[in-house]
Design a protein around this ligand. Structure first.
Ligand SMILES: NC(=O)c1ccc[n+]([C@@H]2O[C@H](COP(=O)([O-])OP(=O)(O)OC[C@H]3O[C@@H](n4cnc5c(N)ncnc54)[C@H](OP(=O)(O)O)[C@@H]3O)[C@@H](O)[C@H]2O)c1
Length: 334
């Protein structure tokens, strides 16, 4: 059993804990919250665990090998650093870090602590449906780019419209559409096609100063990938990966619920499996096998691949953000 602690007590942590418990590979043993009542309520709801309101105390006295960090984006870096220094494996919610300087610093710390495993919780690339897409792309002799969309109205945009600034829409907390939903299709694109030669991000700003939605264009040697994402409206547009006369059709580039292959004659074959389980279960299982057997050849190769991917996605997120002239408060000179 992997004993784990959690930072952040919102719904995504609840979903992660449920996935971890459903996998029967993990045991929740420590809950950190800024508020004792919240920590106690979260612990009680999930079968009981030690509770903490002080991060130093959590890392010093919590009995766990692994920490799941699901705080606002701008806090991930400091908390991850603290966790590595305390000897914990880290599962960091996407986007793991805000910029390349933070990522480089974490990679350096990981080199100094080779027993520690770091995972970015990019749930989509661990799913069977993403693997089905990947296998189909590998079989296609010609690939001519893609159009990927992930756009969902956020209930927290209601608060923005009411004049408030929730973390996910705040420059103070590393918020915005690119950071929140854009990272999923970007993970799709970089996993499938690698790093582009050129890139551009065209953000649409909202009143809090972050991008509410936007379009990113990645230019590869032989094709383009267009990525549409946003949190201020809903899109029902399907995503597509283009072959010569054949196409992969994806209902949603973030959720990957239903995927079909349409051959040169227009015949459509479903290549996805219905998503019936907790959407975080595939990543939870993947991370557990690496933590439990880090020296296994397949696990080692997967770990190195995910880490390299996380570094590339972080770099591209930062590049796109620069292209869109989005600067977070903690990156400003004054
Ligand atoms: N993988 C996915 O499908 C998925 C889905 C949603 C979100 N996420 C990621 O999960 C992370 C958390 O997102 P979220 O929407 O849950 O964020 P959030 O609601 O803004 O904050 C998450 C938790 O952090 C703590 N927190 C909130 N404001 C804070 C502050 N000012 N200072 C210190 N701690 C604070 C709160 O826990 P306490 O009150 O208990 O301290 C809160 O429950 C983000 O990185 C996001 O991108 C991933």
């Amino acid at each position: 059993m992997i004993k784990f602690g959690i930072i952040g007590t919102n719904w995504i942590t609840q979903q992660f804990v449920e996935a971890a418990q459903a996998s029967r590979l993990y045991q929740l043993s420590a809950v950190y919250s800024r508020h004792q009542e919240t920590a106690a309520a979260f612990s009680a709801k999930n079968g009981g665990a030690d509770t903490f309101t002080d991060l130093d105390d959590f890392f010093k006295n919590g009995v766990f090998s692994t920490v799941y960090i699901a705080s606002p984006n701008s806090l991930h870096f400091q908390q991850a650093k603290q966790a590595i220094n305390a000897g914990k494996h880290i599962i960091v919610e996407k986007p793991a870090f805000e910029n390349q300087a933070e990522m480089e610093s974490i990679q350096e710390l990981l080199k100094q602590n080779p027993q520690i495993r770091y995972f970015e919780a990019a749930r989509n690339i661990h799913t069977p449906n993403f693997k089905a897409i990947q296998e189909q792309v590998e079989k296609m002799p010609v690939v001519q780019g893609a159009s990927l969309t992930y756009m969902k109205y956020s209930s927290r945009y209601d608060q923005v419209l009411a004049g408030k600034e929730p973390n996910v829409f705040s420059l103070r907390f590393g918020g915005g559409a690119l950071q929140d939903l854009g990272v999923y299709p970007l993970y799709d694109a970089i996993t499938l096609f690698g790093m582009p030669n050129e890139f551009n991000y065209f953000p649409e700003f909202i009143q809090t100063g972050v991008d509410g939605k936007g379009v990113a264009i990645l230019q590869y040697a032989e094709f383009n990938v267009t990525i549409n994402f946003g949190k201020t409206t809903n899109s029902y547009m399907t995503s597509e990966i283009y072959g010569l006369k054949d196409t992969i059709e994806i209902d949603d580039a973030g959720e990957l619920g239903e995927v079909s292959y349409i051959d040169a004659d227009g015949k459509r074959t479903k290549i996805s499996q219905p998503v019936t389980e907790n959407p975080l279960l595939p990543e939870v299982r993947d991370f557990a096998r690496v933590i439990n057997e880090p020296e296994n050849v397949e696990n080692k190769a997967d770990y190195e691949r995910w880490n390299a991917l996380s570094v590339r996605v972080n770099k591209m997120m930062f590049n796109l953000r620069q292209s869109g002239k989005i600067v977070f408060y903690d990156e400003r000179d004054n």
